[in-house]
Design a protein around this ligand. Sequence first.
Ligand code: GCW
Length: 703
Amino acid sequence: MKFRARVLFLVFFFAQLMPALAQKEDNGYRLWLKYDKIEDENYLEVCRGQIKTINISGDNPILLTAQKELKTGLDGLLKVDLRIKVSSIAIEGSVIAGTPASNTLFKSKMFAAGLKGLPKDSYLIKTVKSGSGTYTVVAANNDAGVLYGVFNLLRLLQTHAPLQHINVVGSPKIQWRTLDHWDNPDGTIERGYAGKSLWKWDELPDAIDTRYTDYARANASIGINAVVLNNVNASSQMLDKVYLEKVAVLANVFRAYGIRVLLSANVAAPKSLGKLSTADPLDAGVQQWWKNKIADIYRLIPDFGGFLVKANSEGQPGPKDYGRTHADGANMLADALAPYNGVVMWRAFVYSVDSTDRARQAYNEFAGLDGKFRKNVLLQIKNGPLDFQPREPFSPLFGAMPNTTQMMELQITQEYTGYANHLVYLAMLFKEALDTDTHAKGGGSTIGKVIDGSLQGQRITGIAGVANTGADTNWTRHPFAQANWYAFGRLAWDHDLTAKQIAIEWINSTLTNDTAAVRIILSMMMPSREALVNYETPLGLTVLCGLHDVPAPWTRMYYHRADSVGLGFNRTTTGSNAVAQYFKPLQDTLNNIETCPENLLAWFHHVPWDHRMQSGREFWDELCFKYYSGVDHVRTMQDNWSTLSGKIDKTTFDKVTQLLIKQEDEAVWWRDACLWYFAKYSRKPIPQQYEAPRYPNGRKKAD
Ligand code: GCW
């Protein structure tokens, strides 16, 4: 071990001495919007041959943005200074972008058919042959569609897609593609690992940080169109006029990028802010207070999106304080927002420690309320029934409320997935959740189809990701954490994209187009989430942490139930019967230890230590195997990354190298702590072929 650490140190040390090769130093600020000159000379030539002018009128804010972005992107990638020439005639060598309203060209027969029926925010990109040359078209029915099309055209260039024959239609599957910030008025971020909040409340509304624009650009480039600015553990202060005026300034900046602003609302605000004696949603005075407040908000922010609410969970106030239901609370706000087209995103994350099985709680509280919510209420459900663990089964609420609009909440910030210290590509987790079959209407009833409305016909659709951004220069601290922000946006836009496709896009636009290097980076990213599961909570184990990045299984008996017989939480019919919340036949599959997927075994079963696994190993040996293979992957990542020295810009290379050293050590710590502790119950040794623990009693010195 020591030898290994020394080798890595030397690699790192010599990497420092190497001259910065061809690559520029990169502080990561530009994210995936780098637009450095295309290095492949042949491809560059093709692009320069086809793209010579830009034709997009910038006569309203979003089109102006699209024009700016198109020029910035193309100028950078092609290293030219393109002329903007607005005309309704298609000229060879031009990129023509717009809507039928902005350019009469798009009213012509040639485009009318393609645009007909193209939904809001969708676009088509097409190479059109004309005479001896070609021109390129980005067309949409609304301005935001043009902006998304422009960003996609730039992405095609960043990924070196063949330009001569483009024929792409892009269409978002989900309407509310939302980023939730857990940012507090004092500038701190709950579960934020990349510095302070981006919102400088003390400077607003007077000073407008240019970073707000860069933030909006990044979001728009991946299709995000809504942001909730403040923590769900909400301070009423955010609804105060002083703060609303600051919020309005941010909303103005974001609007030009097609982004709407929402706020988390503390439902006790009528009391704390309005000095009423109650916050009961059925009280006429309370209802009037919200109506007035909402009218004030829309005066300042005409396209305000609405409220996100965490109620009666972890100490937050809510309708149950007054003997009312979640539906009563949500509907009262929904009625007040409806005249303005606003929505309520009401969270289903309810948690009180005393419940016998926490994994059952959300379903118990919400399933019976199906059909009771207004049409403009979206029930926001975390992907798993518990709380953003490295792996959970899906929340059984999905698909179980056919008369209620459901949206999914994912966590981009790495609360339980290594903070911003571990390289973990979360698209694998997001995809697993979106692709899971709920069996709500027979096989193929995936969560993706529930939330995009195609399964149960809900008309409003949404998805939210808890942001991992902060004021750190590179936004997310770990350079690879940017990929998780990127992947969330891309999947919110189209959950049928594959995690691999998205990773390639991100690598190409952020790190490199070198084929061999891309392959190596992919081999690191793609298995990284499974590796995390393996070195923290394999085989269906969950919440084995103290602080959320530190192993402490000895404090989490509630979740793992280790004893001399076995390990895991019995949620079968002989236990808490949480399986009953799932649709058949899945319910039976999960209930039977022989058919339950092994990666969820200890979630649903108290697994005997000698239970025979598919690998032929006994459960205990399999557990050891998983913990050790999780660590192995981190080491493979280190080895692979070290081969990229000189191929990736030095700042990023060094930073990732350092973080991988930390990740390796923490992975080993998790492995050693969990196996040391569980061995007390299994009374079995760690098989001999494995290396000796680095932390034999599960503690680090500093611990
Ligand atoms: O995961 C838990 C977090 C809390 C968070 C809560 C929630 C915002 O530990 O910090 O509170 O979930 O989602 O409401």
